[in-house]
Design a protein around this ligand. Structure first.
Ligand code: PLP
Length: 398
């Protein structure tokens, strides 16, 4: 069964682990995407309705964004060729950081190679062994990994439960040098919104810093698309640190922190995922920069996104699905058992819709779901077609 190498080394224990994952329905593999056009995706030669994109505004294919990326390729080349602190900070990187700071209403911003890298750099720079991190239970894996890497004591509070957050801080805060409260703005797998005003109030009461991960809020939430802080009218709150990604509504690649200049300078000196890696590629930087400008000058995309989201929520409820939340363009459908979620996703695929099952460990055991996400590129006809498929497979969930 297993192939023993001449050294006597064998991978058979790894093979056993994979077999076990398969038995539990938790084995993962990548679907090969051949093409994406508007709200549709081609997989295995078939065009499907695409309900799994995080490019909420469709800016990954906006003509001005593509043109900016092309110009940057011509001017700077395909790769940056150096780390940021060596020769990899181009005028383009600085223009993007200024644009992000203006967009987020902060003094400064710092760009990382990805959102994951941003979290992995930010948390261990701010807190360490003498400190406490208090984290929402449903926070993204990158925040959890970053918390572990920091060496700080990690305490988790139940999802959006501010009373329990306060309890943890009351009981534990005094024993630590610093405390950092970490929450997403829009939760990536649940689509609901953090009670940020209360979180901020509680954190402040206990002398804790706050880091907001606004990966899914940026470009989506608030009247200007500036994110979850704008949604709550909290843009002026400078005690709040926020990170985001360039890879979701901004349609490009990369991550960022927005906050006081002091903090940006500090991270330039401390954040290892900023220092020891090649600068973000010029085309990605230029695309993200133009995407910020598009969000500021073309509210149309955000309006379409929200119209689609509302229409989709009403449609799914009309067909009888139970939604985990209905507040944002992330609309997760409650299923429960992993096998059931996978079966439902398979039926939808056959019916022409791509909406993947989300399984443990991405979500807690027993909370498997179908995650649908809307974009500005879906047409009303797209949504009708998708809803028809959901109606047809409905009996699979009950
Ligand atoms: C996607 C995501 C990230 C990571 O961003 P990438 O740019 O994809 O690495 C971080 N936090 C949250 C909440 C996310 O959803």
């Amino acid at each position: 069964m297993s192939s023993n190498l001449s050294s006597g080394m064998s991978f058979s224990t790894l093979e056993q682990e994979l077999e076990e994952l398969k038995r539990q329905g938790l084995y993962r593999c990548c679907r090969t995407v051949e093409e994406i056009q508007g709200g549709r995706i081609r997989i295995g030669g078939r065009w499907l309705l695409h309900l799994a994109s995080n490019s909420y505004l469709g800016l990954h294919q906006h003509p001005a964004v593509l043109q900016a990326a092309r110009e940057a390729l011509g001017r700077y080349g395909a790769g940056a060729g150096s780390a940021r602190l060596m020769a990899g900070t181009f005028s383009l990187h600085e223009a993007l950081e200024e644009a992000l700071a203006r967009f987020k209403g902060t003094e400064a911003a710092l760009v990382f190679p990805s959102g994951y890298a941003a979290n992995l750099g930010i948390l261990p720079s701010l807190v360490g062994r003498q400190d406490l991190i208090v984290s929402d239970r449903l926070n993204h894996a990158s925040l959890l990994d970053a918390a572990r890497l920091s060496g700080a004591t990690l305490r988790v509070y139940p999802h959006r439960d501010t009373a329990r957050l306060e309890e943890v801080l009351k009981r534990r805060r005094a024993g630590f040098r610093r405390a950092l409260v970490v929450t997403e703005g829009v939760f990536s797998m649940d689509g609901d919104v953090a009670p940020l005003a209360q979180v901020a109030q509680i954190a402040r009461r206990h002398g804790a810093w706050i880091l907001l991960d606004d990966a899914h809020g940026t470009g989506v939430m608030g009247p200007g698309g500036r994110g979850t802080l704008e949604h709550f009218g909290m843009m002026a709150d400078e005690t709040l640190l926020q990170m985001g990604t360039l890879s979701k509504a901004l349609g490009s690649q990369g991550g960022f922190l927005a906050g006081p200049r002091l903090l940006v300078n500090y991270l330039k000196n401390k954040a290892r995922s900023f220092i020891y890696t090649t600068a973000l590629a010029p085309a990605s930087v230029a695309a993200a920069l133009e995407a910020v400008r598009v969000i500021e000058r073309e509210p149309l995309w955000r309006q379409r996104l929200w119209e689609n989201s509302r229409r989709w929520v009403a449609g799914l409820q009309g067909v009888g699905y139970e939604l985990i939340s209905e507040e944002t363009p992330i609309v997760p459908i409650r299923v429960g058992e992993t096998a059931e979620a996978v079966a439902l996703a398979d039926r939808l695929l056959k019916a022409g819709v791509y909406a993947p099952a989300i399984r443990p460990p991405t979500v807690p055991a027993g909370e498997a779901r179908l995650r649908t996400s809307l974009t500005a590129l879906h047409t009303p006809e797209d949504l009708e077609v998708a809803l028809e498929a959901f109606r047809a497979v409905r009996h699979a969930v009950v």
